[in-house]
Design a binder for this molecule. Structure first.
Ligand SMILES: NC(=O)c1ccc[n+]([C@@H]2O[C@H](COP(=O)([O-])OP(=O)(O)OC[C@H]3O[C@@H](n4cnc5c(N)ncnc54)[C@H](OP(=O)(O)O)[C@@H]3O)[C@@H](O)[C@H]2O)c1
Length: 341
């Protein structure tokens, strides 16, 4: 009797593990294109941790591409570079680290200034983000940090690259994001979170900003079909982001949750497939302003993210912010003080 119960439990457990493995590692898309990327250049932000950006970089380097890791922490970047070269069995050494701190608009400008003019750019892949903090933090320019890094930093990077390489053949802008819930919308009145800081709401807002910017890029630059912009949702993935989330949990919760997360969330290797699709697939040659998941175009996830008026407003505001952040911060502070008075 007991033996039968044990056997039933063992079979049940094996089925759950196999199901979870299938769900995370076998199901989902694989980008199967075989590309010779020799001579093509890819710029990636957020590719220093064992996450989605780094796995994308590994695949691009494996196929012969030249990979520029745009990174804030240069020690970590050089470590990532060595790992990418080693794991590709030294078949390529075309992996380069360049300094880029997205929480400094000056650093973004310097990064683009320092790039050679004759770069054969194939894609810029924006995956960096600032991890949610319980307390509000600011960038070097006084911008709330999550919006500052994920949105304003990438916005300036994209605009400067578009200016510098506007006549340089076809290339793509691919931004990795997370679908915002139906309720989230841009809080234009307090976009710098000076009145109220809610880390979760700001995270959603930063991710929505990426989607709206992609939408607007697709519209504003449809007269320049050489540069396309699309956003990618890679699926839930077991990366450093989750290690940060786990770090806040008590020991016992971490012990119990870690294996569950490992089973439920896909690996970075699997999650990067949709990013590779957006970067490389010939199916997307003239496609812009779209949202990609599971290696295909899908509908944008919420009403807020297809709101053309918000997209235009955010674009205009972002142009002003990156041009003169201190003027923007002063106006936000004044508005917050007026509200508090
Ligand atoms: N993981 C998921 O389940 C999931 C799901 C949907 C969407 N996504 C999106 O996918 C993207 C990548 O996620 P991930 O989990 O792979 O992230 P991750 O492993 O935590 O990587 C975040 C990266 O951002 C970089 N970064 C942070 N601040 C920076 C700054 N000021 N300047 C330059 N780089 C900076 C970090 O580099 P340093 O720390 O070395 O500076 C790191 O390489 C994110 O945009 C995320 O929203 C993730």
């Amino acid at each position: 009797m007991a033996a039968r119960r044990v056997a039933r439990f063992a079979i049940g457990s094996a089925a759950v593990v196999a199901g979870a493995y299938f769900y995370t590692e076998v199901a989902g898309c694989n980008y199967l294109g075989v590309d010779d990327l020799k001579g093509q250049v890819f710029i990636l932000t957020g590719a220093t941790h064992p996450g989605i950006g780094k796995e994308t970089a590994r695949e691009l380097a494996k196929q012969g591409g030249t990979v520029i890791l745009a990174a804030k922490n240069m020690d970590r970047c050089h470590q990532a570079r060595r790992d990418l070269i080693y794991s590709n069995k030294y078949s390529t050494r075309e992996v380069e680290c360049r300094s880029l701190d997205l929480k400094s608009l000056r650093s973004v400008r310097k990064f683009v200034d320092d790039l050679p003019k004759d770069l054969k750019l194939t894609a810029v892949i924006n995956t960096a983000e600032s991890v949610k903090k319980t307390q509000r933090e600011e960038t070097h320019d006084g911008l709330e940090k999550q919006m500052g890094v994920s949105h304003f930093g990438h916005f300036l990077l994209t605009r400067l690259l578009m200016d510098k390489y506007k006549d340089d053949g076809r290339w793509r802008i691919v931004s990795v994001t997370y679908p915002s819930s139906g309720q989230s919308s841009m809080n234009f009145a307090d976009i710098n979170s000076e009145v109220k800081y809610d880390p979760q709401a700001v995270y959603k807002q930063a991710k929505l900003a990426t989607l709206l910017t992609t939408l607007e890029l697709g519209k504003r630059f449809d007269d320049n079909p050489n540069i396309t912009a699309n956003a990618v949702y890679p699926g839930l993935c077991n990366t450093e982001v989750f290690r940060h989330v786990m770090g806040n949990q008590p020991f016992l919760a971490r012990l119990l949750l870690q294996p569950v997360l490992r089973m439920m969330f896909t690996s970075p290797e699997k999650a990067c497939q949709s990013v590779l699709f957006a970067v490389l697939s010939p199916k997307l040659t003239n496609v812009s302003g779209k949202y990609i998941n599971e290696c295909r175009i899908i509908e944008l996830p919420s009403e807020a993210s297809v709101n053309a008026e918000s997209a235009r407003k955010l674009w205009d505001l972002s142009e002003q912010v990156v041009a003169d952040p201190s003027k923007f911060v002063a106006s936000q502070t004044a508005a917050a003080q007026k509200l508090a008075a």
